[in-house]
Write a protein that binds this ligand. Structure first.
Ligand SMILES: [Zn+2]
Ligand SMILES: [Zn+2]
Length: 130
């Protein structure tokens, strides 16, 4: 099993699904196409792709890290801790925040997939049943 074909398969899966997947979910989909591949090969390929900035790796509170193909446009998320609703932020608001942070700290920010946790407006209105 050549590593490059695994990488190719990962990129195809992420492109088709166009959402966040755990390494286990990605492995499951790849296994159907490349039965000889093992989970550690998929995991290592994902690590390399995230280091190269091709995919993002994030903790979205799901108990496992999730991977997503990074498009030309960065996006970020607000996630409700109660109902797990995911709001996607594109461009505007976060670019401004990042620029301000870079200006005030001197850092060049490399985070390309920011995940912020909170309580959504709906859940704030309806307290959870205890
Ligand atoms: Zn995302
Ligand atoms: Zn909620």
């Amino acid at each position: 099993m050549r590593a490059s074909s695994v990488v190719q398969a990962i990129l195809e899966v992420l492109e088709e699904e166009d959402t966040h997947l755990t390494s286990r979910e990605i492995y499951g989909r790849i296994h159907a196409r490349l039965p000889a591949v093992n989970p550690s090969t998929v995991y290592r390929a994902l690590e390399r792709l995230s280091q190269e900035g091709v995919v993002s790796i994030s903790d979205m509170g799901l108990g496992a890290m999730v991977y997503e193909l990074l498009s030309a446009k960065n996006h970020h998320h607000l996630i409700c801790q109660q109902c797990h609703h995911v709001l996607t932020l594109e461009g505007g608001e976060t670019n401004e925040l990042f620029s301000k942070l870079e200006a005030s700290t001197g850092y060049r920010l490399m985070t390309n997939h920011l995940v912020l946790f909170g309580i959504c407006p709906h859940c704030q209105e309806e307290p959870p049943e205890v």
